[in-house]
Design a protein around this ligand. Structure first.
Ligand code: ADP
Length: 453
């Protein structure tokens, strides 16, 4: 409405002004023509003013800066206002979309899986940091590079070329945290118009676990098959051969040994599976160090005498101090599972007995440490272990000398059990050894599991 009033007023002002001037200057023209001329001039002036306003508007639109909108009247004032409002809403919705996009990208960045977006030509449009580390990509410099030029694993190359993406493939990735080549499960998911989403998942741990599982089953089968073969051989001999009494009892003794071997193996396997499948022992049961050490000493001496009897070394005094000595802090108490702690301590002491030849020395001690914890230590002057074997000693069925281990009744699971027990009690197992000189096996329990009576 106002814009019409504005035109009308300008025309009226123009007409009035020209009529007034004609009267003043005594111009003898037709007043209607003069008034029309004045109204036309008013219209021209209105057009000029609006032309000027439109120039201001255009200049502002060119800058695109909403905050610097010109203050205009009339039609252009309204146009400016509406444009500013529209722009403001657009900026607001653009900011909201940008925020959503940022949130979305941040969520993909946080994903443990690698994500690569490929365009129709297989060129990288975007990738998250996980994918960058999986494939060794540079998330900025490698944009627009063809994925085939950067992921050169032949399995991936043929997977990409066939275009059959219904299943995933496993390929070698770049170095993992452990510094070893990682294994990646990758799958492509087509989306949009010919675009592709490449997902990668680090399966190094999963593959290692699967390998360990298969290895473990193979080892257990092997360990059980050996005594079973021996047993069935003896059974066959007993059934088919005409043996005298002495031979029969010798065979039965050997069969008994094989049965014991299988029993120890099954018992150690059950212990391990119990340790793995149950929660860590609570710290509310306190066990006296002396009682633990005493049971351990009895078992070690029994084993020692067994072995000596077996190898005809009865002449060695079993209780002589130089051979097997226990030094226990009598007022010490440990919190946890009595059977587990006893099993860990006995395993270490028994190993020392088994791997220390006659005449050697074994020193066992259990004391409080300066930090309030406790250390159980077994020193022997036995065969010792070469440095390259030390990191693998606690692996199941890992033996330095397999025949010696079996000969002395070992299952190859003892140190694996010790490690589990110590870890479940919050402690740490440490091993040091010099080949031919002897070994030291010790575990340290934290102060939360140790008290002085
Ligand atoms: P095993 O039943 O064979 O003794 P362990 O797990 O107890 O199984 O020990 C693993 C291997 O570590 C043994 O086979 C042996 O070679 C070595 N070992 C353990 N304790 C000692 C020790 N005190 N002295 C020398 N070698 C040892």
């Amino acid at each position: 409405m106002w814009r019409f009033v504005e035109i009308f007023l300008l025309q009226l002002a123009g007409a009035t002004l020209l009529v007034f001037l004609a009267i003043q200057l005594n111009i003898k023209w037709d007043f209607l023509s003069i008034a029309l001329l004045g109204a036309f001039s008013g219209l021209l002036i209105w057009l000029c003013i609006n032309l000027n306003r439109s120039v201001h508007f255009l200049n502002w639109i060119r800058t695109g800066d909403i905050s610097r909108a010109p203050k205009l009247n009339g039609v252009w004032g309204e146009v400016t206002d509406r444009t500013r409002r529209l722009l403001r809403e657009q900026v607001k919705s653009l900011n909201a979309s940008n925020k959503r996009l940022d949130d979305f990208l941040a969520a993909i960045q946080a994903s443990p899986n690698g994500v690569v977006l490929l365009d129709v030509n297989g060129q990288i449009e975007w990738c998250n940091l996980t994918a960058a580390s999986h494939f060794g990509l540079n998330p900025t410099a490698d944009i627009s590079q063809h994925i085939g030029n950067l992921v050169r694993d032949p399995v991936f190359a043929s997977y990409f070329a066939t275009g059959n993406f219904l299943h995933e493939v496993t390929i070698s990735g770049k170095s993992s945290a452990a510094g070893r080549a990682s294994r990646l499960a990758v799958q492509i998911h087509p989306y949009g118009q010919g675009k592709k989403l490449l997902l990668s998942n680090d399966v190094t741990g999963r593959e290692a676990l699967e390998f360990m599982r298969r290895d473990f089953v193979a080892n257990v089968s092997h360990e059980i098959r050996t005594p079973l073969t021996v047993l069935s051989g003896f059974v066959e001999s007993l059934q088919t051969l005409d043996l005298d009494e002495a031979e029969r009892s010798k065979y039965l003794e050997l069969m008994g040994q094989q049965t014991l071997r299988m029993q120890s193996l099954v018992s150690d396997l059950l212990t391990l599976s119990k340790l793995e499948g149950s929660p860590s022992p609570l710290s509310d049961t306190w066990i006296g160090a002396e009682a633990l050490a005493y049971s351990c000493e009895l078992e070690a001496k029994a084993l020692k005498s067994d072995l000596e009897a077996k190898h005809g070394q009865n002449e060695i005094a079993l209780n002589s101090k130089e051979q097997l000595t226990f030094e226990i802090q009598s007022n010490l108490e440990l919190a946890g599972s009595q059977s587990e702690l006893l099993s860990a301590m006995c395993n270490l002491v028994n190993n020392a007995v088994r791997y220390t030849p006659a005449g050697g020395e074994i020193r066992v001690s259990l004391k409080a440490t300066d930090g309030g914890g406790a250390i159980f230590s077994v020193n022997d002057t036995g065969s010792g272990i070469a440095a390259e074997h030390l990191p693998r000693l606690t692996e199941r069925f890992y033996r330095v000398d397999a025949s010696r281990s079996r000969e002395s009744g070992g299952t190859g699971l003892g140190l694996a059990i010790v490690k589990h027990v110590v870890q479940r009690h919050g402690g740490e197992l440490q091993v040091s050894s010099i080949l031919g000189k002897g070994s030291n096996f010790c575990f340290i329990l934290p102060s939360s599991r140790v008290r002085i009576k």
